[in-house]
Design a protein around this ligand. Structure first.
Ligand code: NI
Length: 170
């Protein structure tokens, strides 16, 4: 079932999310719904607070080429456990901040630990777009958006445009 994606500014996008102790049926359903919502948008990552659930859950699939099998990843309690000194720049966007993009500098590679949809502990090094995406989604679990990396003037400009868009939609 597709869920509604919250748009910035929304207080729920600024909250620190709670860890998930058990992958209950409800959590499995939420993960499946988030993947459906993400693919439909379309996007390459989605975090639970973006659908109004303040739990540590993200989904991602950074395979973008046509004709390639999807590679969905579901992560409960994801954490960056090490990062490269080398950085990379990517023009980031966010489903909660539609139609706005900005360059963000992040570590080029990160090692992430998480619990998968079967409750099994996993660990993996991510590079390229996957590294950018997983860091962006983990930020969401800490109430942080990509626009928080920008200077105050640019951030306020985007926020004002988003407020206008939300008023128009309401
Ligand atoms: Ni986002």
């Amino acid at each position: 079932m597709k869920r509604n994606i919250l748009l910035h500014p929304d207080p729920r996008l600024k909250k620190v999310c709670a860890p998930v102790h058990d992958v209950t049926d409800e959590m499995q359903r939420l993960a499946a719904d988030m993947l459906e919502t993400m693919y439909d948008a379309p996007g390459i990552g989605l975090a639970a607070p973006q659908v109004g659930v303040l739990s540590c859950l993200i989904v991602l699939d950074c395979v973008k080429q046509d004709g390639t099998d999807p590679q969905p990843i579901v992560m409960f309690n994801p954490e960056v456990i090490s990062r490269s000194e080398e950085t990379s720049v990517y023009d980031e966007g966010c489903l909660s901040v539609p139609e706005h993009y900005a360059e963000v500098i992040r570590p080029a590679e990160v090692e992430v630990s998480w619990m998968d949809q079967n409750g099994i502990a996993r660990q993996k090094v991510f590079a390229n777009l996957w590294a950018t995406c997983v860091q962006h989604e983990i930020d969401h679990l800490n109430g942080k958006l990509f626009i928080d990396y920008l200077g105050p003037i640019k951030r306020q400009m985007i926020t004002r445009k988003m407020q206008k868009l939300k008023r128009k939609k309401a």
